[in-house]
Every structure is written in C-alpha cells, then in structure tokens.
Design a protein around this ligand. Structure first.
Ligand code: SF4
Length: 420
C-alpha cells in the first residue's frame, strides 16, 4: 500500500504528518511523493487562516479529477479543517473517503489502515526511512489562551501536555537514528506542565541526550516566557539562539482587543532581557494588520515597534475573521485595500531590516548545521536560524556541524564557503 501526505499549515502539522508517516510505516505502508503512485492520498489541513482552507478545498478539487480516472484511490482529509468543517467536506466532495478531525489524532493511523485493508500491497517502491537531521517533536497540544482572533482553541481543543518520559524517549530514538537537531513544538511551549516537569526542566533533560547537537522550540507566548527560561537559553550550549515571539501588534489598544494579555512595554522589556542575556539571539515575530478598529495611529505604533525592535524575521498577515472567535463578532472595519497596503508597508520595512542584518554577517565565520543537499548545494542553518547556502559542496558534509565563512548575503539568506 502506497500513500502520499500533502501538508498545509504550520510546523505542528508537519510534525503530525511525520508522526503519522512513522505510524503508517509500522503497518508496512510505503510513502511516495508522486500523487499518481499513491493508493491513498492524505491531506493534512489547517484552519488558522481562511487562505489555508481555500488551498485545501482547491487541492481536494484537483484530487476529485484524479479519482475519476482511478476510482480505487482513497482520499483522507485530516487536521484542523477536518475538525472544523468535516460535515461540509463530506457533503461537498464525494471523492473523500475519510475525514478525521485533529482530536482523533491518536487514531489516525489505525483508521487509515482499516479503510485500506482490502487493497493489495505493492512492494516495488522504496521505503523512505532515511534518518532526519532535524526532527520535530510535539510536546503540548491545543491552547487555553483564546486570543480573540484565533480558531486554534476551538479546533485543537484545550491545552494537553504530553508525558515527559514519552517525549524524552522519542527524542532519544531520533538522536540514535541520526538526528542532530530537535525542534520542540506546541502552540505555547512555555506553558508545558506534566506532573512535576515544566518546560524548563523538560528542556534541561532533553539537552542531556548524548549526540544531540542542537535544540529549538516554538511557539513562545510572551506572557509565559520566564526569566528562568531566558537564563537557560543563555547558559545551555545546545539551545539555539533563536526565539519566535509573536508580538501581533505594537498598539496596546489592539493587544487588549486581541486578548494577548501583555502590553507593548512588557514585550519590549522581554526583548531587552533576551538581548542582554543572549546578545547574539535572533528574535522573530508574527504581526497581524487590519484587526478590527486598527486606526492609522494603531498601525503606526506597530510600524514604529518594528523599526525599534528590528526583528530578525517577521511573518505578517492580513486579519480575516475566523468562525467562533470573539473577534468575528467585532466589526471588520479596515477595508481590504488598506489591509494590503499596511501589509506591504510592514513587509518592506522588515525586508530592509533583514537585509541590513544579513549584510552585517558578510565576512564573519558562523557555525552551521547542514540539513539538505541538492544541485551540488548544501543548505544549512546557523544557530540563530538563518539559512546559509554552500555552493559546489560535497554531499559528505550533509548532517555535519561546520564553520562557514560568509561571502554574500540576500534579503533573508547567506552564502558562504566551508572553513577547513
Ligand atoms: S496563543 Fe493565541 S494565537 Fe496562539 S494558538 Fe493560542 S489562542 Fe491561538
């Protein structure tokens, strides 16, 4: 049995697709990357933004055509959108055989295997069991924060921290199989708590794993980022010097309406603490523009905050109302054209800042972990999460920690040569 997984959405979804792949391999199912080779097509969906849902709908539409040519192929839709719009998906797309909401995550593999039991097994495809240099481990599911614009607590449910021993075992297994870097995932990793183990103690324990070179984690909620964690980032060599800390807005009025539970001044204080304790830390963020009642002044506060903080990277989104959220009852009063305008102003500034930051790295020697190889090019990441490309490289260097002399920079990326 051959299956393909298409994943839409965040790193959590990528991680859950990987976990599902691993579970399916236990049932001797083989992963393929070409849709026409698959007996079963699994689409892992996202509901955070309406764009992600539109993308999923159009993917299923394309699969409908494929199913007309090959009626035996099975189509499974999983994830957040399956949770939120399961009935609608079943009604609208006759080609979909199974819809599994995110709350069924532990039963995904078994239900998919049951669906396919009557099909024949074809074993002429290579199993994709190469070790992963970077592995993702989910430590906490769901969210209790109810930011007023966010659908996650409704589709993924309330926060549940996973067993710390299971997480440790999983990390150990990945490292034994060749993983060099682990990324811990959760909507809000800082609120992890399982028995006596909190996030800081979990991170400490994982860092003790022999052979693990690097540890990252995301996403961090500013209201829960503790001084103890900042100390740990500063002192534990394996923790990468990168933190993703969504600010969302620089206006206190908007932060309050978003139910973010911090002020801009509080956020700025965190940035100050992080940069004081870990001077080379890279800070990235998320911004929403065009939230209900975001005036020119509110937007300008955000713009000034971005200029002031000088984020290393920034994801900016136009606000769109999501069902069930508190903000969906507010008047979506910023016209679309204005949202687009604000988005492009922020993007231009963010790109300018990023270009300045990366160009200041030219001439420096940085430590990188190589995690991909194609067209004679090694792709790598610095400890701060910056992408580095090493051209005319040898594949033998894949999965290695190397020193690279930076020769050139582009808006977000660096180019360099290995220092022998
Ligand atoms: S912290 Fe807020 S934005 Fe993040 S998942 Fe929870 S509710 Fe959504």
């Amino acid at each position: 049995m051959k299956y393909l997984i298409e994943t839409i959405g965040c790193q959590m979804n990528v991680c859950e697709s990987d976990t599902l792949s691993e579970a399916l391999s236990d049932y001797e199912m083989l992963k393929v990357s070409n849709v026409s080779d698959a007996d079963i097509i699994i689409l892992n969906t996202c509901s955070v933004r309406s764009q992600a849902e539109q993308k999923a709908f159009s993917y299923i539409g394309r699969i409908e055509d494929l199913k007309k040519q090959n009626p035996n192929v099975k189509v499974v839709v999983i994830g957040c959108m399956a949770e939120r719009l399961g009935t609608k998906i079943r009604k609208r797309f006759k080609s979909v055989d199974l819809v599994l909401g995110i709350k069924d995550i532990d039963k995904f593999a078994l239900k998919i295997v049951n669906l396919c039991k009557f099909n024949t097994v074809n074993s002429d495809v290579l199993v994709n069991n190469t070790s992963q240099i970077i592995s993702y481990v989910t430590i906490i599911r769901g969210c209790n924060n109810f930011c007023s614009y966010c659908v996650v607590p409704f589709v993924r449910g309330r926060e549940v921290s996973l067993d710390n021993q299971t997480i440790l075992n999983q990390c150990q297994k990945f490292v034994q199989n060749g993983t060099k870097e682990i990324m811990l995932l959760g909507q809000n990793v800082n609120s992890y708590k399982y028995g006596q183990t909190n996030f800081v103690s979990l991170v400490r324990d994982i860092c003790k794993i022999d052979g693990l070179k690097r540890l990252r984690f995301m996403t961090n909620h500013p209201k829960d980022l503790s001084d103890e964690l900042i100390e740990l980032i500063a002192n534990e060599k394996k923790i990468c010097h990168h933190i993703h800390l969504p600010m969302q807005s620089g206006s206190n009025k908007i932060l309050k309406a978003m139910n973010r539970k911090y002020t801009y001044e509080y956020y700025l204080e965190l940035v100050y603490k992080l940069r004081t304790k870990v001077p080379e830390i890279s800070i990235t963020t998320d911004i929403i523009v065009g939230f209900p009642e975001e005036t020119d002044k509110d937007f300008n506060d955000t713009f000034e905050a971005i200029k002031n903080i000088r984020f290393d990277g920034l994801y900016v989104f136009k606000y769109s109302p999501r069902p069930n959220t508190k903000a969906s009852n507010m008047l979506d009063d910023v016209p679309l054209e204005e949202k687009k305008n604000r988005l492009s102003i922020i993007l231009n500034e963010a790109n300018k800042i990023s270009s300045e930051i990366v160009s200041s790295m030219v001439g420096k020697t940085l430590e990188v972990l190589t995690d991909n190889f194609y067209d004679n090019t090694l792709e790598a990441k610095t400890k701060s999460g910056r992408k580095v490309f090493i051209k005319n490289a040898n594949k033998d260097y894949l999965g290695k920690i190397l020193n690279v002399c930076i020769e050139e920079s582009k808006v977000h990326s660096l180019f360099g040569n290995i220092v022998v």
